[in-house]
Structures are given as structure tokens and as C-alpha cells.
Design a protein around this ligand. Sequence first.
Ligand code: NDP
Ligand code: GDR
Length: 359
Amino acid sequence: MSKRALITGITGQDGAYLAEFLLEKGYEVHGLRRRASSFNTGRIDHLVHDPHDEGRNLTLHYGDLTDSSNLIQLVREIQPTEVYNLAAQSHVAVSFKSPEYTADVDALGVLRMLEAIRINGLERKTRFYQASTSELYGEVQETPQRETTPFYPRSPYAVAKLYAYWIVVNYRESYGMYGCNGILFNHESPLRGETFVTRKITLALARIKAGLQKCLYLGNMDAKRDWGHARDYVRMQWLMLQQEEPDDYVIASGEQHSVRSFVEIAAAELDMAIEWSGEGVNEVGRNAASGEIIVRVDPMYFRPAEVETLLGDASKAREKLKWVPEIPFSELVREMAQADWAQAQREARAAAFDSGAEG
Ligand code: NDP
Ligand code: GDR
């Protein structure tokens, strides 16, 4: 039987990389997209063909994780052999502003997907991947964090994802479903949403260098994360569904950096050096060449409860799935900085053209 995957969250960072990966493997790929007032398929446009073309392998369907009848209907229609549930309100800070919506999508949405599979009688046929997260560890109880480390969520996002984690385990134990939790630590790429800290940094520094922006405003620069590349991590999502038995796995690089250090490394990629001075909310970063302040702290970006440090131990995935991340941290930062520098240069050229400087 041909492999047929349904990806929720296909328009997001991971969805885009996973769709490309599965298409290359010969899958028939179906993606859930939300209706939006402006196009939200920018990350996958290169994979989408004219719907009238024959032989196309990617089909997008309108839907939403808050709409059970829609999910039941889609699963009935598609009869997926694998479901990758990546859709979520995925921004931790936003979850403090929209806690109820976050719970609806990130917790109940997972239940709705599982029920859509069960109601259609596919619980023994369809394999299910859940996008679980290192945010489950929150206030860390052990370092590094592994599958057995106790959870202590610190945001409405993480609490919703805790429900999601356990409902997948419960459906596995109750109905014999092949369901896996990938407990993924932060993973980034040039496709990362622009309000997550790594992308916010590379984009802002590139724009500062191009003369399009003066300053980058950040929140807690002491926060430490274990950052890997999204391309490496979607490969794991697929691998988890190819095993004899379903299980839960930590996926992490095992290397940790602070937000401040990410700023320094990204700046160096753009041939800039940062000199820090001041403390707390008064800390600033100056461009060493010009002396101008280009990084400031804005308490607006502080969170009501913070996750200060995360560092993962992916030994289980390495041993059982033979997974080795291929893209090191330095290359990740380089790729992001270079992509945003190219984007900033395009923006600068367009601005110059608009103002008549080239006309
Ligand atoms: P993104 O924020 O880039 O993408 C989220 C996706 O979910 C988008 O396609 C979005 O659609 C979709 N979505 C949001 N709300 C709904 C809804 N109500 N119904 C249907 N679709 C919806 O996230 P990432 O790609 O970075 O992450 C993928 C998953 O992995 C998420 O579940 C995230 O929580 C989790 N995760 C991510 C990590 C990371 O470091 N990136 C680490 C650990 C877990 P639209 O484009 O319309 O907004
Ligand atoms: P995170 O990622 O919360 O770990 O969730 P994010 O990049 O938003 O924050 C990482 C750390 O940086 C600090 N920070 C800032 N964060 C943002 N967004 N903006 C800022 O200006 C800023 N300044 C400092 C944060 O406080 C935090 O400590 C991501 C998401 O992809 C989740 O969906 C996923 O589950 C986890 O990673 C693993």
C-alpha cells in the first residue's frame, strides 16, 4: 500500500520541511491548512502544484484543530497511514495572552485528531506522531533532560502540551494505537517564525547591517536553550513512525547557548562584533565598530514565568533510531544569518528603488 501522510501544521516551519522530506520519499502528502485573510502557504508554495495537474502528490485541505467534524471528515476521506500532528498555537509568550485558545488547539486539538482516527476505525492502521516539546520540562528537575525526567510545565502552552503528551500515551495503552511523542528541543532554520528569538535576532541584525533598522529589542538574554536544525528534527519525526513498536523520544543537540551568546555568534556571521555594558534592563549591546547601541532589553518581552535553561539528552534516539544530527549549531546560525542578510539586501534594494534613488 502506498504511504499516505496527513500533516497538520503543514504551513509552519516543521510542516514545510516534513512535507518536502515525505514527498522525496514518495509519499502521497495531505496537509491541513487554515483559511486566512492573506496567503499562509509561503513556506510550501514551491511544493504546491496546480490542483488540476495529474500525478501531483501534495494536496491541501482547509481545516482547523478546533473543528472535530472537519477532522473526522478529512480522516475518512484521506485514510492516512501516518498522521503528523504539528499544528499548534506554538508561541510560549502568546499562550499567556491567549491561554484558553492555546488549550483548545494544543490540548483538545490533539484529542480531536486521535478521536477522528478512532471514530473512523483506523486506530490499528494509522500511525500518529505528536509534536511534544522540551517546554514540558519547564522548571527543570534534572540536567540534562531525558525521557524519564519529571515534567514541570511553566506556561499555558506547556500545560496544554502536557495534556497532549499524556492523551497520546493513553490512546496507545487503551486502544493499542501506534502513537509517539517526539519531545523536541528548540529547532530553528531560515523558515523559523520571525517572532521566535533566533529568527528575530538574525533578521534584526541583518536589517541593522543593511541600514533598515536601528536596534534589536529583546527580553531575557540569560535564557539558555538547546538549539538544533529543523531539517534534522523532521527526519526524526518520520523515523519514530517506522519502528516496530511506538515509543516516546527526546530529540536534542546536547549543546546549550544563551540568548546573549546567540546574538554574538549571529553578529559575527554578519561581520559585526558586539560590546556589552550595563546590567539587567539597562544592559545594552554596542556595535564595536561604530559605538552605536544596537541591542537593548525591553521588559515587554519578559514572560510571567520563564524557562531559564533547557539541555537535552537524546541518547535513546541515538541508540534505538540510530539518529545523528547532521547540521551543527555553527552551521545553523550561519544559514539563518546568511538567509536574512540576503532578505535584508532585497528589502534595501526595493526601498532604494521606491525612493527613486535608482531611477
Ligand atoms: P509554527 O508556529 O511554525 O507552525 C504552527 C502550524 O500550526 C502552522 O501551520 C499553523 O497554521 C498551524 N496552526 C495553528 N493553529 C492551528 C489550528 N487551530 N488549526 C490548524 N492548524 C493550526 O510551529 P513549528 O513548525 O515551529 O512547530 C511545529 C510543532 O512542533 C508545534 O506543535 C510546536 O508546538 C511543536 N514544537 C516546536 C518546536 C520548535 O522548536 N520549533 C520544539 C518542540 C515542539 P498557520 O500557518 O495558518 O498559522
Ligand atoms: P521558546 O522559544 O519559548 O523556547 O519556545 P523562543 O524563541 O520564543 O524563546 C526562547 C527564549 O528566548 C527568550 N527571549 C525571547 N524570546 C522571544 N520570542 N522574543 C524575544 O524578544 C526574546 N528575548 C528573550 C525567551 O524568554 C525564551 O527563554 C519554542 C517554540 O518553538 C515552542 O513551540 C517549542 O515547544 C519550544 O521552543 C521548544
